[in-house]
Design a protein around this ligand. Structure first.
Ligand SMILES: O=C(O)CCC(=O)C(=O)O
Ligand SMILES: [Fe+2]
Length: 965
């Protein structure tokens, strides 16, 4: 059956990625014969590099980046620091036969000895007696004269680092700049191979860049160290090694410079690098070889296959039990969790394999001052300039599509955080149209061939580069992450739920077997931007997303099929991946004949039933497909695939050194956003449910939700089980068609209203409504409201103030206190306390004015009105407090878009752009004051604040909850 949403992958244009030539440390201290660390080998490597830089720049292939080092302070080589190589004896190769528990490179020899080594020029060593090198302001720290002359200050980038790795020092600046320019591939050379080049190439790999070493342009002082570094880099990062001549041959034709008569220096040609583990004699001549066998043109090179803009990562060798080599380059030597070939193994049976994090250490982020990008002015070669002729027509497509796309986005986007500031000193303003900066808006997606039931595809480069560049970091910050309990324990990843909340507060609801998921919050700005992009690949809108944060390779999601009770039939499940690459393992469900149709359990064995061995022999093999989900990809899963296949992100226990750079990128953390189009809805109060998966299919007939462990909840769990277990024999209409009104299937949260504290009850009800926390209602004698949570610890909190603080800390913005400015935290805390004090004062004032007796405890007749005299008394009693609150309401508060006051009726009593517990404490008291004395009691600004807040749907909902008691 064709897709219900016609979609032509060939219409998705592609953009050639850009390259960079990274030239390290051609400074006097390294390349002048009188320099303390003069790199004499390979002969003439500096001139060869300068010629290459010119050719690279002139060809338009990409950016030339000149990096220099400057000693700033001692650079530690202990665990967590940069990695360099100072071993003078042959290091054993690390690849092909990884022995478990091998030490990472820099601990193969003592880091103290390394720091003392003279080539460790940024480390002082224990005695501090090392010759100073690349000190700021010295001749030695300057680029050599011929290098200075070769730098095109208008077009090249000059970058100063204070660490061995250009990625450690300038992590933010350099990586952001490279991302903005859409650089995915870099050629690395300069000096010294075993120091800066080594540390930088490792860093490049960790950031997901595809690095190629230019062997005859890598300067060194010690042949063994050079060889060790090259070998280790190839082993650890899988980088390619080529000669400068080979690169010159690859540069785009037409712009190619006069042919260089480079060749390798006599010294280099003497070195044979046994990268394949064979004898040196068997190695081909290094001058023209890559260290990896390359498929004949037009096959992509091995390096191309693992780039961050990979061609489709999945193959579909249908018919074989295990299908889809997603990473041909690494799988062959990575027997880790994601690459196992057993089609029946589930993650629960997997055994841990080694300790993570040994081979590659993460680098310490740089301080802003510790490095700088000095210049990048004038026109930057456009990507088109570097693309081949065959790619040109696609450029036209891109531009057309961009024009079409731009306007609706603007309309629907929520106000978003300002774009990440450019912390570099590059002058992007001077970039012409068509520069990489413009390209950041352009679609670049590449679509895989269909998978599984032919309704599923992986689309790489799905988001525009500008969005993809920092979406991961933005989401980490802007999403309110929570845990989720399933079967009484926490799921092994952090999650959040967002969705389209209507003006009346109603929202989509996606039900699955978890006991409790976090409350649905409105789409946050970056999620909304991603959603808008993804919808273009689907042909239908999305109104719900489950966001998951896999903090390391240890976080996973077990094999399952998505529950389709609430998913609009015929829509796609759109699973966006950001961060470290993980593998989605699809496995066909058990064939129907295997199961008892009545209870979905495997049939009990009977004397006539075949035994397991016989069954295994006759059963069709279950198929497995592995799909790599790289950063910025979309797994667009059709519901036919979801019906017949299970999917999982398995735990990945491999050692870091067995992983690809893309898997190690983002410190191995991944965020997935599973967008869905949901057809079932609940109202703001979470009291009524309707739509596809509910018993009432229309809003008019909406039925009360059924919370808790009821018989209907048990039926729903059985139905979910049936969907997980059954394949083509799952009859949606039969199992789900009648609908379910079940909402929270586990033990519900409970809000017990205090019989003698109506205002306090309203405070709690308002907080619950604003935070979208659904709770069953109960009551408790006296003045102490009680909130019973359904978390694994079954937390119980009593008293209005404590409940407000708890709800804020667990479900509200209080979770993100670490992201707030200290002043904001102080305002939230102090004003909440003032609000609670006001509640006490209000009760006493009522008593003093003779409106309530103290026994009534603030609970009077709902209709009681104060006389003019009583109002005057109350006004006098509360004069000081009300004046103070009037002042707060008048206070200008800055939001991301404007400066307004709470009294303008748009903002909250602590400022910012969302209510805080202070509002939940204050507003109900104001409401009671207005009820008893009229709004005149409140000053002008406080009155406006009161009225504006009253219009919020949560206020109406809270009043409804309290009145219904
Ligand atoms: O994180 C992922 O990519 C998978 C998520 C998933 O399968 C789900 O949420 O149902
Ligand atoms: Fe799923």
């Amino acid at each position: 059956m064709p897709s219900p949403f016609p979609f032509n992958p060939s219409m998705i244009p592609t953009v050639p990625t850009r390259k960079a030539l990274l030239i390290l440390d051609l400074q006097n201290d390294f390349v002048s014969p009188d320099g303390p660390l003069y790199a004499a080998e390979p002969e003439d490597f500096v001139n060869r590099t300068l010629d290459l830089a010119k050719a690279f720049r002139d060809s338009g292939a990409g950016d030339v980046i000149w990096v220099r080092s400057e000693f700033d302070r001692h650079c530690s080589l202990l665990e967590g620091g940069d990695q360099i190589i100072t071993a003078d004896t042959m290091l054993r190769p690390q690849k092909m036969t990884p022995s478990r528990g091998r030490q990472p490179t820099s601990t193969l020899h003592d880091s103290a000895a390394m720091e003392a080594d003279e080539e460790a020029f940024l480390s002082t060593g224990a005695d501090g007696e090392k010759k100073p090198c690349v000190r700021k302001g010295t001749h030695g720290a300057e680029f050599a004269a011929e290098v200075k002359a070769a730098i095109d200050t208008a077009r090249d980038i000059v970058f100063t680092k204070t660490r061995y790795s250009a990625f450690a020092s300038g992590q933010q600046q350099l990586v952001q700049l490279l991302r903005r320019r859409f650089v995915t591939k870099m050629y690395v050379c300069g000096a010294l191979t075993n120091i800066s080049i080594y540390a930088t190439a490792l860093g490049a790999g960790q950031h997901g860049y595809e690095a190629t070493l230019l062997e005859d342009c890598c300067g060194f002082r010690n042949t063994m160290r050079h060889l060790n570094a090259m070998r280790q880099l190839v082993d650890l990062t899988g980088c390619d090694v080529i000669s400068s001549e080979a690169l010159l041959e690859q540069l785009p034709p037409g712009h190619a410079p006069q042919k260089q008569s480079t060749g390798l220096s006599p010294s280099i040609s003497k070195i044979t690098l046994d990268l394949g583990g064979g004898s040196p004699e068997s190695s081909p001549a290094p001058a023209s070889r890559s260290t990896k066998p390359k498929a004949a043109s037009p096959q992509p090179s091995r390096g191309d296959r693992k780039s961050t803009t990979p061609p489709v990562p999945v193959s579909s060798n249908r018919g074989s039990p295990t299908v889809g080599a997603t990473r041909p380059s690494k799988d062959s030597r990575s027997p880790g969790a994601d690459s196992d070939t057993s089609s029946s193994e589930s993650e629960s049976t997997r055994s841990p394999e080694g300790k993570p994090g040994e081979a590659q250490r993460s680098e310490v982020p740089a301080t802003a001052e510790s490095s700088k990008l000095e210049s990048s002015k004038g026109p930057i070669p456009t990507p088109e300039a570097g693309s081949t002729k065959a790619e040109k027509p696609r450029v036209v497509n891109r531009v057309t599509q961009r024009v079409k796309r731009s306007s609706p986005n603007k309309k629907t986007s929520a106000p978003s955080k300002p774009e990440a500031k450019d912390t570099t000193t590059c002058t992007h303003e001077s970039e012409p149209k068509g520069s990489p900066r413009d390209m950041a808006d352009q679609p670049t997606a590449i679509c895989s061939e269909p998978l599984c039931e032919d309704d599923t595809t992986i689309i790489t480069n799905v988001l525009a580069p500008a969005l993809a560049a920092d979406a991961f970091e933005r989401l980490l910050e802007e999403v309110s992450w929570a845990g989720m309990s399933h079967m009484g324990g926490e799921v092994p990843r952090r999650i959040a739920v967002q969705g389209a909340v209507a003006d009346d507060g109603s929202m989509p609801v996606y039900r699955h077997p978890a006991d409790e998921s976090p409350p649905l919050l409105p789409f946050s700005p970056t999620v909304l931007r991603i959603k808008n992009e993804i919808e273009k690949h689907l042909g239908h809108p999305l109104n719900h997303v489950l966001i998951q944060h896999y903090r390391t390779g240890n976080d996973y999601i077990s094999e399952h099929s998505d529950k389709t009770l609430d998913i609009v039939r015929g829509s796609f499940i759109a699973n966006v991946s950001l961060g470290a690459e993980r593998t989605m393992v699809f496995r066909t469900k058990r064939p129907p004949k295997d199961r008892d149709n009545n209870n979905n359990k495997p049939r009990p064995s009977s004397p006539t039933a075949p035994n397991n061995d016989e069954k295994a022999a006759t059963e069709p093999k279950r198929q497995t497909i592995r799909a790599a989900l790289p950063h910025n990809s979309l797994c667009r899963m059709g519901l036919r695939t979801n019906a017949r296949w299970l999917h999982a992100i398995r735990q990945d226990k491999r050692l870091d050194r067995e992983k690809t750079p893309a898997e190690l990128a983002y410190s191995s953390a991944r965020i997935s956003l599973t967008f869905r189009q949901i057809g079932t809805f609940i109202d703001a109060a979470q009291s009524h449910i309707w739509g596809q998966g509910a018993t009432s299919k229309t809003r008019e007939g909406a039925r009360p939700v059924v919370n808790g462990q009821t018989a209907e909840a048990v039926r729903l769990l059985q139905a979910f089980g049936a969907e997980n277990n059954r394949s083509s024999d799952f009859d949606w209409d039969e199992v789900y068609g009648g609908g379910f009104d079940v909402l929270h299937m586990g033990t519900p949260k409970r809000f017990c209203a205090a019989t003698r504290d109506r205002v306090g009850n309203l405070c709690v009800a308002l907080a619950l409504a604003e935070l979208g926390v659904g709770a069953a209602k109960g009551s408790v004698e006296g003045r102490e409201e009680r909130f019973e949570d359904n978390d694994p610890g079954r937390t119980v909190v009593e008293g209005c103030g404590s409940v407000l603080r708890y709800l804020d800390a667990v479900y509200g913005a209080g979770r993100r206190c670490d992201q707030m400015l200290p002043g904001e935290v102080a305002r939230r805390v102090v004003r909440l306390q003032r609000g609670l004090d006001l509640l006490g004062r209000w009760r006493r004032a009522l008593e003093e004015a003779g409106i309530l007796s103290s026994e009534a405890g603030g609970e009077g007749d709902g209709d009681v009105k104060a006389s003019a005299e009583q109002t005057k008394t109350i006004s006098k009693i509360l004069n000081k407090e009300l004046a103070e609150w009037e002042g707060f309401a008048k206070e200008p508060t800055s939001t991301s878009s404007s400066t307004q006051t709470s009294g303008d009726g748009s903002f909250y009593i602590t400022g910012g752009n969302q209510p805080s517990p202070a509002d939940f404490a204050l507003w109900p008291v104001l409401h009671d004051m207005v009820r008893v004395c009229g709004q005149e009691l409140l000053g002008e600004h406080l009155g406006r604040y009161y009225t504006a807040f009253k219009r919020r749907s949560a206020a109406a909902k809270a009043l409804g909850v309290v009145q219904s008691e």
